[in-house]
Ligand binder design. Structure first.
Ligand SMILES: C[S@@+](CC[C@H](N)C(=O)[O-])C[C@H]1O[C@@H](n2cnc3c(N)ncnc32)[C@H](O)[C@@H]1O
Length: 257
């Protein structure tokens, strides 16, 4: 079942990588199924329009055009020089490339994605950007191809909602963070009163709407994975009762365990 869902998502995002984000839809793709001509306009709720002028100018045009996110996780994560960053579901690579600039030559940015076409696009964008402190690895976000305590910060942009196993994603993010490490995510999040059926009425699964967690489910999931100081803040509406949101949390430090 989880494998089938992941395969549906992979096929949709492979198409997006080849056709281009604007043409393909995906996040924001509407109830018709996303990743194809849809009745929903791709606008300031999803994609390139969510980046400020400075960030937009700092990456190759191809990376900006490939953006399929629902926020700018770098605004959430407050990266510092020398840090190691991991982007869950890195797509065309925009957030990895922006992270790499923020952490500088002494830092490093990893992207993990399961879709070969997206990995090809991200690697081509890294070459265009001349970025040497980045690496894109193939894998799923439910079983990350990174060692324990490998990174200082985990970011993600509109991907957790697509996972068929969100507890595994949060547990893996916790595992790869150093003690005291930070999680900073942009995602679609539902208001608590919406049932799973009501969320599914508002958009498709591959369109990043149908299987989004509610605010309370997110907070409970983060706590169950071991995170502390968690917060979920809505930033902009994406559908009735559904929001682009920023999600922050922290892995307890060595003195706290
Ligand atoms: C909505 S796009 C977002 C891409 C990128 N974060 C951005 O902001 O442009 C979702 C990406 O996550 C990847 N993805 C979705 N589910 C995944 C999973 N379970 N494991 C690994 N990658 C996944 C897809 O291949 C796709 O590249």
């Amino acid at each position: 079942m989880a494998q089938d869902i992941r395969e549906q998502v992979r096929a949709r995002y492979a198409l997006a990588a080849v056709r281009g984000a604007g043409d393909a839809g995906c996040c924001g793709g509407g109830s018709a199924g996303g990743c194809g001509p849809t009745d929903l306009v791709i606008d300031e709720r999803f994609g390139a329009g969510l980046y400020g002028a400075e960030d937009a100018a700092a990456v190759p045009a191809e990376a900006l055009a490939a953006s399929l996110g629902c926020g700018n996780p770098l605004m959430v994560a407050e990266l510092r020089e020398g840090e190691r960053v991991l982007d869950l579901g890195s797509g065309g690579g925009i957030d990895v490339l922006l992270s790499a600039r923020r952490v500088g030559a002494d830092g490093f940015a990893y992207g993990v994605d399961m879709t070969d076409e997206m990995l090809d696009l991200a690697r081509a964008n890294a070459t265009r950007a001349g970025a040497s402190n980045v690496e894109f690895r193939k894998g799923t976000i439910e079983d990350l191809p990174l060692d324990d305590a490998a990174v200082d910060v985990v970011i993600s942009n509109c991907v957790v909602n697509l996972s068929p196993d969100k507890p595994a994603v949060l547990a893996e993010a916790f595992r790869v963070l150093v003690p005291g490490g930070r999680l900073g995510i942009s995602d679609v999040v539902a208001e608590d009163h919406l049932t799973p059926e009501q969320r599914a009425e508002r958009g498709s699964y591959v369109g990043c709407i149908a299987r989004a967690l509610s605010r309370t489910e997110y907070l409970q999931g983060l706590a169950a994975a071991g995170f502390v100081d968690a917060e979920v803040a809505f930033t902009h509406p994406v559908a009735d009762g559904m929001h682009g949101a920023i999600v922050r949390a922290r892995k307890p430090g060595p003195q706290e365990v």
